[in-house]
Design a protein around this ligand. Structure first.
Ligand SMILES: CCCCC/C=C\C/C=C\CC/C=C/CC(=O)SCCNC(=O)CCNC(=O)[C@H](O)C(C)(C)COP(=O)(O)OP(=O)(O)OC[C@H]1O[C@@H](n2cnc3c(N)ncnc32)[C@H](O)[C@@H]1OP(=O)(O)O
Length: 306
């Protein structure tokens, strides 16, 4: 076991050193169609806002990385940082995760330019930030509520799966689910396991195979979300606040211990396997087949917009 781990650590270091090497399949360059997918490192450190209310014990984490709250490395680090900041305030017991983008998009999942023709030195760090975000949110001592006012595909769905409770706007244009197979990729095992845990094995099996994006009503039926907000009902923010208050009435030690019962094993599993997971991801995502499919998917997104 220890030999295996050290070999994999060596490979990760190798990945990091590959930074100066050009991406190997330059024939996949289709940038002329993909001008809107050209940014990589964020310079903006104002990607999320944390508003803590010691009186109520509730903090609200608002994501606002325009245009779609896609998860670049900096975005994931910002969300992780905000979760830790909220946790460090002992008066805070609950966290509402939401989007403040005018479009309402909750999160479009991983930033696709991080996956397509990736910067090879950045790629392992990017994936480690994704793992860390999962560990921080899924394992948080806070009760966590996802207030989903717009689409939440792939890693956007992961953000909500990592919360304790999910409230979604009942708008059929807003869909949620792990659609990775449609991009020619596959969710990592720890994310697939969250799906299985939340919607059951058979539902997860079919949805992972087909890359299903559920409408809010379908998501409610399979248990992917816990509650829907219809227009005319009280606002999604009010409902999230009410749910947070309900969680806060439970003694914190008991609440945290209950969470540990259902999540501890999976958290320990990834914590002990991060390097191998990163190594697998880097090898998988850089294969020519995956790169080609990602390129076509990006083109399809750009064309759809036109
Ligand atoms: C056997 C063991 C296996 C082990 C496996 C191990 C490892 C696994 C390996 C790999 C796994 C990798 C995991 C990936 C998870 C992901 O999250 S992949 C990302 C998936 N995301 C999507 O498919 C969403 C794509 N986007 C959309 O569908 C729509 O944009 C939307 C979110 C539904 C919103 O639609 P709407 O019509 O409102 O807006 P637009 O489409 O016009 O988009 C607005 C704007 O945003 C840009 N954009 C959208 N999504 C992304 C994105 N994910 N990344 C970057 N940019 C995005 C879009 O281009 C528009 O930009 P603009 O033109 O500049 O306005």
């Amino acid at each position: 076991m220890s030999v295996h781990v050290s070999q994999s650590a060596h490979k990760i270091q190798l990945w990091r050193r590959l930074g100066s090497v050009q991406y190997r399949d330059s024939s996949l360059l289709q940038r002329q169609h993909l001008s809107s997918f050209s940014s990589k490192a964020d310079r903006n450190d104002d990607l999320v806002t944390l508003e803590a209310s010691p009186d109520t014990g509730v903090a609200t984490l608002r994501m606002h990385r325009s245009p779609a709250n896609s998860l670049s490395m900096e975005m994931m680090q910002s969300i992780s940082g905000a979760i830790r900041k909220a946790e460090s305030d002992r008066k805070i017991q609950s966290l509402i995760l939401t989007s403040s983008l005018p479009s309402g998009i909750f999160s479009a999942g991983l930033e696709l330019t991080e996956l397509y023709q990736p910067d090879l030195a950045r790629l392992p760090k990017f994936w480690e930030s994704f793992q860390q975000l999962y560990l921080d949110l899924y394992g948080s001592r806070l009760s966590t509520i996802a207030s989903i006012g717009g689409p939440a595909p792939a890693a956007g769905c992961m953000l909500s799966l990592s919360c304790d409770y999910r409230i979604m706007t009942d708008n059929p244009k807003c869909t949620i689910g792990l659609n990775e197979s449609q991009l020619g990729i596959v969710a990592p095992p720890w994310l697939a396991q969250q799906y299985i845990d939340v919607i059951g094995n058979r539902n997860a099996e079919l949805a992972l195979l087909l890359g299903t994006l559920f409408t809010p009503q379908q998501a409610l039926t399979v248990g992917l979300v816990d509650e829907l907000v219809c227009s005319g009902d009280s606002s999604i923010d009010e409902m999230a606040q009410r749910k947070a208050a309900e969680f806060i009435r439970i003694p914190p030690k008991a609440r945290v211990a209950a969470k540990e019962l259902t999540r501890g094993t999976q958290i320990a599993k990834l914590s002990g396997n991060r390097e191998e997971d990163t190594e697998f991801f880097c090898s998988f995502v850089t294969t020519d087949t995956v790169q080609k499919t990602l390129g076509s998917y990006l083109e399809m997104l750009a064309k759809r917009k036109k």
